[in-house]
Ligand binder design. Structure first.
Ligand code: HEM
Ligand code: HEM
Length: 183
């Protein structure tokens, strides 16, 4: 980590990327839950195309975020936080980062398995990760949906509850660290 690691607040870039991912995920869950069920023959559907394109964008922004995180580190923790809270936040944050890759990559694998085009708004296409209907890989869709609907959403829920706990119950400034224009 370089000297920025001891900064007392998140950079504007880190905050922007954090809230961009929040916005993209809201759109992504809406598309995921409202698009037609993807069966053996996939009908052409704008919602499915949008689900794939926004998923690709989330993976890309998550990579940029990790690069920013790796080069800038995290700001020094708020004063006076109990060690268990610091540990918990750290574990939760790294799990969130991990599932921001695991979930879309499984979606991408399943789309390849189903022989769907994995294209970003029709501008470019990502390579196939699995051969069409490759034996033994059909589970990728179920696990993608399961992890998105329960694990990622559960982690986000805990993260939001933690942020609200800091703001309303502990009355510290942890939430403000991630809000635009505050410190
Ligand atoms: C963080 C990013 C993503 C999230 C949160 C997400 C979320 C979801 C959700 C909620 C569903 C519906 C599950 C249900 O039926 O209840 C779903 C289904 C699906 N998604 Fe994603 N998705 C993401 C990225 C992607 C990407 C990048 C692709 C493809 C390149 C993709 C392909 C699919 C496919 C093929 C299905 C249908 C799976 C099946 O029913 O077998 N997803 N996704
Ligand atoms: C309304 C929703 C959300 C709120 C209020 C919120 C709030 C916050 C706050 C206050 C922090 C800073 C914590 C600290 O200073 O220690 C933070 C960091 C973080 N948030 Fe969120 N968040 C939300 C949604 C999300 C979502 C949807 C994700 C990703 C799936 C996410 C991923 C992260 C990560 C990875 C960090 C750690 C940043 C780092 O140190 O690299 N957050 N969030």
């Amino acid at each position: 980590m370089n000297s920025d690691a001891v900064s007392a607040r998140y950079s504007g870039t880190a905050k922007f990327l954090h809230w961009l991912i929040v916005g993209l995920l809201i759109a992504q869950y809406i598309f995921g839950w409202t698009m037609p069920h993807i069966g053996r023959t996939v009908p052409v559907s704008t919602l499915i195309d949008l689900h794939v394109s926004v998923g690709i964008l989330i993976m890309f922004v998550a990579v940029v975020r990790l690069v920013v995180r790796a080069t800038h580190g995290e700001p020094v923790p708020e004063d006076g936080l109990p060690p268990w809270q610091l540990q918990w936040d750290r574990v939760n944050h790294w799990l969130l980062y991990a599932f921001l890759f695991i979930v879309p990559v499984l979606g991408w694998m399943n789309a390849s398995w189903r022989d769907m085009q994995v294209s970003f708004l029709g501008l470019f296409e990502l390579p196939k990760l699995l051969a069409t209907r490759a034996r033994g890989w059909g589970w990728t869709g179920d696990v993608h949906a399961l992890l998105a609907n329960y694990v990622l959403l559960g982690l986000i829920g805990l993260h939001v509850v933690a942020a609200l706990y800091h703001y309303f119950i502990r009355g510290d400034r942890v939430l403000q660290r991630m809000l635009p224009g505050t410190r």
